[in-house]
Write a protein that binds this ligand. Sequence first.
Ligand code: MEV
Length: 449
Amino acid sequence: MKHQAVEGFSKLSKEGKIEWVVNEYLNGDEKAIDIFKQYWNDDADLQKLHDEFSENTISNFYMPFGLAPNFLINDELYTIPMAVEESSVVAAASKAAKFWLTRGGFKTTVLSTTKLGHVHFMFEGDFEQLKNAFEQKIKNQLIEDTNDITKNMRSRNGGILNLELIDKTSDLENYYQIKGSFETVDSMGANFINSCLEQFAKTLKNEIELDNNFTQEDKNSLQIVMCILSNYTPDCIVRAEVSCPVEQLANGNVSAEEFVEKFSRAVRIAEIEPYRATTHNKGIMNGIDSVVIATGNDFRAVEACAHTYATKDGSYSSLTHCEVKDGIFRFWIDLPTALGTIGGLTALHPLVKLALVILGKPSAKELMGFVAVAGLAQNFAALSSLVTTGIQKGHMKMHLMNILNQLEATEEEKQYFTTFFKDKTVTHHNVIEEFCRHRGVESVEELKK
Ligand code: MEV
């Protein structure tokens, strides 16, 4: 069926929007209305809060909120909240936390916290003249004209750190930038940076207009293209690492030496092979995104930044690295990431607020550390499984549970099938077949009757 464009959709009530989508896309299915409404919260104020996070909201989309305990980080014990829908992620993080708990735990160091933004503009006049004007007058004026915007941030030891005029004309004709470096302390800083940049653009235009050293033609050629922060923050970066003597790394039936050799090789492969690096980094982001979401931060920004950083040496590569030196195994991640623990969702979402309390009300720098630790832990767990037992063993247990839940198995049946499949291969087909046999029916359709 072809669909009609809709006018004034945003102005419809929530019920009106549901009615529209059910009639237009869901064949008028009354059950669909119930499902959308089933996820509404009884507490009208809480529901309103969630409705207003975004636009055209018709329901809530639940995400499991879990806990990974036993993380020893910089000699303190933490429980890390993780919001993630993928099975095994929280279990893997918890397993890695427990493993490193008795081997010195995780150490984190924030290497720097500078964030960046640009005014992208076109200019056809003389660059040297623009540069002189920028250094002698415009730069100071940019700072002065943003004094009101930066006042609060300056009182928290943040603000504008540096301003540079960048000549990009070798890449694109007439293209220049004002590159701003910022310290935004405990806020992610997107609004702050973008407000400064938009003021920079106005000031730049004004200053050129007033400067009689520029011809009218030069003045007319100045065009602001856009003002926006960069989500690539290579100078807002944290390191998380673990280390221990090689002999402490025996893993199940695998000797410590063999484990370290296999593990190091797996990291090396991710460093040189983009196909593997993508999956390797995806696993790291399983841990990172879960904490970023649970703490109300922007996981798309964190993802974009991490993947750009992964290409910094010219080819997409691993975010984690390892080495063995003087009998000590060291495994680490350098993660550029811009996070906030004040402002945005951190002050609004009740679960986010609790997540931050569980983490001890961290500063943005501390949160950078927790996020990097979750990524490193996830990668350690994934690689440990991959180079020893393989990951399917653990995954299949969860897969089995998902299928049994779909089949609405009872608790006794779940126990029976967990034992039954302990030494057998879990496939969708095998589980269904065995389930039907156990219930004494011919097919899944019969189960539904
Ligand atoms: C699955 O979500 C993540 C892994 O594929 C990561 C990896 O291969 O390193 C297990």
